[in-house]
Design a protein around this ligand. Structure first.
Ligand SMILES: Cc1ncc(COP(=O)(O)O)c(C=O)c1O
Length: 395
């Protein structure tokens, strides 16, 4: 049995895995952070479920899905995450889960403070600001040191908690969409606990590429999606609430759809994408067939290392994401240091080299180009990126 780290560089093995995905001709996709491709097997199963629900319509949904089947699907998901089914509510995306947790958190009193940093996702940042404004509370915003280290990230929070002892609630992004920085979430959650601060964890980019232990992290509130790294159809997400803390999140918009206490009242109400949920067993089976989060994560990081090693040697290019193995994943950002706006380089990468990337703004380290490898990325794709960076680098 090869070690997972060695397996990550076994091109023969990963070539066979890449064959499980249908990829359209056209630009090389290095923007896999937007959402993940489904394997062919999942796409076919999803199509079957679409046809099935289209034929059976409300007859199946009323008689089976609304009652037992949605609970079976939730139990399956809970089993994979090793949490109680009662701690999970299905949502249509991570934002739905996270925004509901933020707006319905009941622990805020006049005078309390809320904390965000410069790396939060927009929907989380906006919701935190909205709550602060609606309730007349103070918003504390920190900017992480750049380049970030494990210690500098922890220190950023340590200082914030010491300087602002009235912080009651904070957002924490496991993997930031801007630079791919992986936060030392477990240590930050422990620190927050010592200071009496509740954490709402944004796990959107973590699930499926980082092998974390949800119950072991000690977080009470979290939101995830399944359409980035697990490989599910779009529109699947879920909310996690530690059952001991359910009373700290009010039913969303006063929902009374289920007799209380029930976490499902905390999820925004509406018709879910039922065929997508029906494909979840196939999604989870394929995810495990590919080796689960650990093997997938190692492979993605090996591909990322391949281009980052080269990019770090090039003049005029700064790789923003650290190489500390605790702090990075598939996503890494760079910038051309002579440019304030990176968008023209994104356009050149596409026009001259057939490489799709995306510009990201908003973090304190400035405008950058986000490069995200995926499960269907090949070494040839990475070599094309390296060629482009060599040619575009200025000495
Ligand atoms: C860090 C982060 N959080 C949350 C989200 C929102 O996820 P969703 O599209 O499932 O609402 C994203 C989406 O890109 C993200 O990158």
């Amino acid at each position: 049995m090869p070690r997972i780290e060695d397996n990550a560089r076994d091109e023969h093995f990963w070539h066979a895995i890449a064959q499980r995905y249908d990829v359209a001709p056209g630009p090389i996709n290095l923007e896999n952070g937007y959402f993940g491709r489904m394997t062919r097997g999942v796409a076919q199963d999803y199509q079957r479920q679409v046809d099935f629900i289209n034929r059976s319509n409300s007859v199946h949904v009323r008689q089976r899905f609304d009652g037992t089947q949605s609970l079976e699907i939730r139990a399956h998901l809970a089993d994979v995450l090793k949490v109680e089914p009662a701690s999970i509510a299905l949502t249509n995306r991570a934002s739905d889960a996270l925004q509901s947790l933020i707006r319905n958190y009941t622990g805020l009193q006049p005078g309390d403070q809320l904390l965000i940093c410069d790396l939060e996702y927009h929907s989380v940042e906006y919701a935190m600001r909205w709550v602060a404004q609606q309730r007349g509370l103070e918003m504390i915003e920190i900017t992480h040191a750049h380049p970030a280290t494990y210690e500098s990230l922890l220190n950023g929070y340590r200082e914030a908690f010491t300087q602002h002892p009235r912080i009651k609630l904070m957002a924490l992004t496991h993997v930031t969409h801007r630079t791919g920085l992986v936060m030392p979430v477990q240590a930050i959650i422990e620190l927050a606990k010592e200071h009496g601060v509740d954490v709402i964890l944004d796990g959107a980019h973590a699930l499926g590429q980082i092998d974390f232990d949800l119950p072991g992290m000690g977080v009470a509130f979290a939101g995830f999606n399944l359409h980035k790294w697990i490989g599910a159809p779009l529109t699947l997400g879920f909310m996690y609430i530690d059952p001991q803390r359910l009373a700290d999140i009010a039913p969303d918009m006063g929902s009374q759809h289920y007799p209380e206490p029930d976490i499902r009242n905390r999820a925004p109400y509406g018709t879910p994408n039922i065929p997508a949920w029906l494909s979840l067993p196939k999604v989870l089976q394929e995810h495990l067939d590919l080796g689960g989060s650990k093997a997938k994560g190692e492979r993605l990081r090996a591909l990322r290392d391949l281009w980052v090693r080269e990019a770090r040697t090039l003049p005029g290019i700064e790789v923003l994401t650290p190489d500390d193995p605790r702090l990075y994943c598939a996503i890494t950002s760079l910038r051309f240091t002579h440019l304030d706006d990176q968008q023209p380089m994104v356009e050149r990468l596409l026009k001259d080299y057939n490489l799709l990337t995306v510009a990201r703004n908003g973090s304190a380290c400035g405008s950058c180009i986000r490069i995200t490898v995926g499960m269907a990325t090949t070494r040839d794709d990475i070599h094309q990126l390296i060629r482009a960076l060599r040619e575009l680098a200025v000495g």
